[in-house]
Design a protein around this ligand. Structure first.
Ligand code: GCW
Length: 567
């Protein structure tokens, strides 16, 4: 009705393509939100269970309207306290509020909970007292929440405890929890986002190395949740090589809706094109047409379980997501869970019509703005396959020069490998050979610098500065071209938004305008800082036709953001 379509002859049959359509909140019990840019957590744990904030109901309604049917309330960097009796009473109240809207609750399980809140000496999954502890915990949870969805677990990654602490495998850990929830039809979602500082192998390869040997070893109520790419929600990543490589295990997609690496709280970046790019990528695991979407919907391998998870961008901000356009990403994520074959364009159009205006001129122009925003962001942040060159800790802004962090794979220099010869990560057979983890067709396409789609060029290759790219420009000139094109496009976005003033209420127009001004400054900052730094290796000038950076590299290196949000 809000899109003003004729409803006199409604005849619509639509059923979801995926069964589990989940939000993953990275919300801490103290209400801070890891990588959250929309205020504090919605969950007011202190006042629960007595006080039911009206927003819990609004949250459930909003999610139900786009088909989201489950929510993980707590951060994957987990706190065992949520599994204690007083907190479970609070969780029960939320479950009761969400139930009428068809939304199930899941919790993150801290693997060491039996020690921390159970008083046991170990959390070894092969230890019987540990197994019994989890069985009792599951029984307690289900007595309060009979339709509890299950556990999401991040184990043995970035300091989280896990089965490997006891020389057990991820499957041993997941299966122990799966056995505890199985009597109640619960499931365990085990994350594949694992990498270890002690492991000298290219971080790109580590999850595959760990998980592929475990294919077929998980209980049938376990799903393995895989991020869209092998590194970490970068502005652009090739699809994760695990998709298609574990046919005996249902793999769940994990997208990031919150904009940790894609402009945080200040940038207008519509993410549906990024999600679609991954979903439509062809893994070739069962021959041509074996897209990532077909792997996760389970049809290729007859899996009963299937689903997607999106790391939430929701907080207690007055408009839920902070940036007025960030809500489009929540919306688009939900719509794609329901039907991943919808186009980004169609979803943007729906969202604009129900959010701003049905004026066709407005919709056409604003949709263009949204549709180009992701490519623009890639251009001014991470063009040509560059990745992981952001600031330390808060991940805000550029810092490709960082090289001193204790873990090698936390340093941007690990990823871009710029030197006097060139730039990029050689992941071919002469380098880390991460490409060997892909099926032959994508591998062949990507291993050859002449056939690779240049959007992935520096992701897979270390390329000489004088290499001639498809445009005819040298690599260095192409890098400059893309960084400048990105900032020019943000300028264009500002102009377009100014033109749209006539269609949008003054308050929201002004909000977006101010944010676009910040985005422009950030784009120039990314461009200048990265080009000045890479220039110390290329020793080539930024072509004179471009406006030259007005600040020095030292200036950019000196910038500090001690209280940047989400950290
Ligand atoms: O993207 C990175 C984030 C961490 C996050 C981690 C993960 C929850 O920087 O904040 O931790 O990934 O996905 O586990």
């Amino acid at each position: 009705m809000q899109t003003e379509q004729n409803i006199s002859n409604l005849n619509i049959v639509s059923s979801p393509k995926l069964k589990l359509r989940l939000l993953n909140h990275w919300d801490n019990l103290n209400r801070t939100v890891e990588r959250g840019y929309a205020g504090f957590s919605l969950w007011d744990w202190h006042k629960l269970p007595g006080y039911i904030d009206k927003r819990y109901i609004d949250y459930a309604r909003a999610n139900a309207s786009i088909g989201i049917n489950g929510t993980v309330l707590t951060n994957v960097n987990a706190n065992a306290t949520v599994l204690t009796a007083p907190y479970l009473l609070k969780v029960k109240v939320l479950a009761d509020v969400f139930r009428p809207y068809g939304i199930k609750i899941f919790l993150t399980a801290r693997f060491s909970a039996p020690i921390e809140i159970g008083g046991l000496k170990t959390a070894d999954p092969k230890d019987e007292t540990v197994q019994i502890w989890w069985k009792e915990k599951a029984k307690e949870i289900y007595s309060l929440i009979p339709d509890f969805g299950g556990f999401l677990v991040k184990a043995n990654s970035e300091g989280q405890p896990g089965p490997q602490d006891y020389k057990r495998t991820h499957a041993d850990g997941a299966n122990m929890l799966a056995d505890a929830v199985a009597p109640y039809k619960g499931i365990v979602i085990w994350r594949a986002f694992v990498y270890a500082a002690e492991n000298p192998v290219d971080r790109h390869k580590q999850a595959y190395d760990d998980f592929v040997p475990l294919d077929g070893k998980f209980r049938n109520n376990v799903m393995v949740q895989v991020k869209n790419g092998a590194i970490d929600f970068m502005p652009r990543e090739p699809f994760h090589p695990l998709f298609g490589a574990m046919p005996k295990t249902p793999l769940m997609m994990e997208f990031q809706v919150t904009q940790e690496y894609t402009g945080q709280g200040t940038s207008l970046v519509y993410l549906a094109p990024m999600y679609k790019e991954v979903l439509e990528s062809d893994t070739y695991c069962n021959g041509k047409g074996s897209t990532v979407a077909k792997v996760i919907d389970g049809k290729l391998d007859n899996h009963a379980l299937n689903g997607m998870a999106g790391v939430s961008n929701i907080g207690n901000d007055v408009n839920w997501c902070g940036h007025p356009f960030a809500q489009a990403n929540w919306y688009a994520y939900g719509r794609l869970c329901w039907d991943y074959s919808l186009s980004s364009d169609a979803i943007a159009e729906e969202w604009l019509r129900i959010t701003f205006s049905n004026n066709n001129g407005f919709v056409r122009t604003a949709k263009n703005l949204m549709m180009q925003s992701r490519e623009t962001m890639v251009d001014y942040m991470n063009p040509l396959g560059l990745h992981h060159i952001m600031g330390t800790g808060h991940h805000y802004g550029p810092a490709p020069w960082v090289s001193e962090l204790s873990r090698p794979e936390w340093n941007p220099v690990y990823y871009h490998k710029a030197d006097s010869a060139g730039i990029g990560f050689n992941r071919t057979a002469t380098g880390s050979n991460a490409l060997s983890q892909y099926f032959p067709e994508p591998r062949k396409q990507w291993e050859d610098v002449t056939t690779i789609n240049e959007k992935y060029l520096l992701w897979f290759h270390h390329v000489p500065w004088n290499h001639i790219t498809k445009s005819g420009r040298t690599l260095w000139d192409e890098l400059c071209y893309r960084y400048y094109r990105g900032t020019e496009n943000v300028e264009q976005m500002q102009k377009t938004w100014n033109y749209l003033k006539q269609f949008v209420d003054a308050e929201r127009h002004h909000q977006v305008k101010q944010l676009l001004d910040i985005q422009y400054d950030e784009a120039v900052w990314w461009r200048n800082a990265c080009l000045l730094y890479f220039q110390t290796f290329s020793k080539k000038p930024i072509p004179a036709t471009y406006k030259q950076p007005d600040k020095t590299l030292d200036y950019y290196k000196s910038l500090k953001f001690p209280f940047a949000p989400g950290n």
